[in-house]
Design a binder for this molecule. Structure first.
Ligand code: G4P
Length: 285
């Protein structure tokens, strides 16, 4: 299977991350709110041990609101501060300041005990490719920030963005690699368009999307495409091809074109706000 990630990439990304992590107090981990499981790499727990942690459920505008709330609750139970955001529009970013203070309480109190006043929290954004790291840094840092430039002891070229007097952000995000532990991880990342995948072709992927939507969000396909929903995903694909006039010469349905339309509309939230993953249910419940 070919997923863009090779051991060489991984080793390099890991080494870079281990270097950068020495410089910071807080890890701001971005996950995709539609697939918080598939878009996380639990290795960050080991790499970032002893650091304060904050999870941002990004692209919350595309995810099911109720499911995102369940994920927030789940992460809180795991001891993480989690905030839902839309890095593109800036929605939810205001809540981050307070969450940072909360997540770094111990460090701030420790500083105070040692008589260190107003040392800003230093943070770094991490996440797998496409999760919205650059978008987040740009919109959170905005135009108001000032780059503080290179500082002694900081790897050459590294810059800190001063967000306010209590928070500085490393301007380059840490890239985590997806962890393909089970097949659904690759499938879900491919469904949201996060990996240039070779695991499934466009048609197979569209069929998976249709199956999932019919099974978990019944009615949405009918609403969007005006088709009759069916257990048979191929039938639904043919119906979409028909409705959207995807027809080959000789009046054969153009499944490829219909599949591309389904994937595009699903990935951009045009079909609705959809989550592909639920948090694991705790055994005590
Ligand atoms: P990365 O640094 O982690 O690799 O991700 P990057 O910021 O490049 O974002 C990847 C894509 O996700 C971009 O879309 C970006 O606009 C989009 N994105 C980031 N945050 C959000 C969000 O909260 N909501 C939504 N809906 N989209 C978000 P793109 O297709 O590469 O570009 P474009 O569509 O913005 O032109």
């Amino acid at each position: 299977m070919n997923y863009q990630w090779y051991p060489g990439h991984m080793t390099k990304a890991k080494r870079q991350m281990q270097e950068d992590i020495k410089l910071i107090d807080l890890i701001i981990e971005l996950v995709d709110a539609r697939v918080p499981y598939a878009s996380r790499n639990p290795d960050i727990n080991e790499i970032g041990k002893n650091k304060a942690r904050l999870i941002l459920l990004n692209k919350a505008d595309l995810a099911d609101e109720r499911t995102t709330l369940q994920w927030q609750k789940y992460f809180a139970e795991q001891g993480f501060y989690a905030v839902k955001v839309n890095a593109k529009s800036g929605a939810g970013l205001k809540a981050i300041g307070a969450a940072v203070q909360e997540a770094c309480k111990e460090k701030i109190e420790r500083d105070q005990r040692r008589g260190i006043k107003n040392r800003p929290v230093r943070a770094m954004v991490v996440g797998i490719p496409n999760v919205g790291k650059s978008t987040f840094i740009n919109s959170y840092a905005g135009k108001a920030c000032t780059k503080t430039g290179n500082k002694p002891g900081v790897t050459k070229g590294k810059q800190w963005i001063r967000l306010n007097k209590s928070l500085e952000l490393l301007d380059t995000p840490g890239i985590l690699w997806p962890k393909f532990e089970d097949q659904t991880v690759g499938l879900h990342l491919a469904m949201i368009g996060s990996i240039k995948d070779d695991i499934l072709n466009v048609e197979e992927l569209a069929l998976e999307v249709l199956k999932y939507l019919h099974g978990h969000y019944e009615g949405l396909l009918q609403e969007r495409f005006g088709i009759t929903e069916d257990e048979d995903a191929v039938k639904m694909l043919a119906a979409v091809a028909d409705v959207r006039k995807c027809i080959l010469k000789g009046s054969e349905p153009d499944y490829m074109k219909a599949s591309a339309i389904i994937l595009e509309e699903f990935r951009n939230g045009k079909i609705g706000r959809i989550s592909l993953e639920l948090p694991p249910v705790s055994l005590e419940q």
